[in-house]
Design a protein around this ligand. Structure first.
Ligand SMILES: CC(C)(COP(=O)(O)OP(=O)(O)OC[C@H]1O[C@@H](n2cnc3c(N)ncnc32)[C@H](O)[C@@H]1OP(=O)(O)O)[C@@H](O)C(=O)NCCC(=O)NCCS
Length: 142
């Protein structure tokens, strides 16, 4: 198996959307119109490939001047291989290169331990987003 995580261009959005549709819309019941929110052109994207096949993605969006990780997704068939960690490392590198000293995210409640292991710290109370319980988290990048 050969795995690669790399930045993705906007021309690759159909590949990223297919992964996100499978993970969030089909897998979690998130409404398609919430998943595709019209902000993708304003984001930097990363793509995970296994043996050349697209299996994971995430995006970096600037919100109120801070980097925010969004749409972190790995196909169920390829979880537990370290791709989620690799996607986050790739987003953090993009955020550092863009001059951000922190990275924020809204973690789905069951995934909070995944982000805690990567150094993210929860902030405030859990809240509802797209019908799913979330916690705001963040970490310093430098
Ligand atoms: C969260 C997600 C991206 C993790 O991707 P992944 O490729 O399976 O993650 P990794 O293989 O890099 O996992 C690294 C470690 O975190 C652990 N981990 C993964 N998901 C976890 C979870 N939900 N809770 C606790 N630990 C978790 C893995 O077991 C692994 O531990 P190990 O190193 O001891 O084996 C993936 O499960 C996913 O796409 N989930 C559905 C979408 C989602 O919830 N996205 C997050 C939105 S905030």
């Amino acid at each position: 198996m050969s795995a690669e995580v790399r930045p993705a261009g906007l021309e690759e959005l159909p590949l990223l959307h297919a992964i996100r549709r499978e993970v969030f819309v089909v897998g979690q019941g998130v409404p398609a119109e919430i998943e595709v929110d019209g902000r993708d052109a304003d984001c930097a994207h990363v793509l995970a490939l296994v043996d050349g096949a697209p299996v994971g993605t995430a995006r970096l969006r600037v919100v109120d001047g801070h980097g925010k990780a969004e749409r972190v997704a790995v196909l169920a068939s390829h979880r537990g291989l370290g791709l989620g960690v690799a996607l986050m490392a790739a987003l953090e590198a993009l955020a550092r290169d863009a001059g951000h000293d922190q990275l924020h995210l809204h973690a789905q409640w069951p995934v909070v331990p995944f982000y805690e292991r990567l150094g993210y710290v929860g902030r405030g109370e859990p809240f509802d987003e797209a019908g799913i319980r979330h916690l705001a988290m963040g970490r310093h990048l430098r």
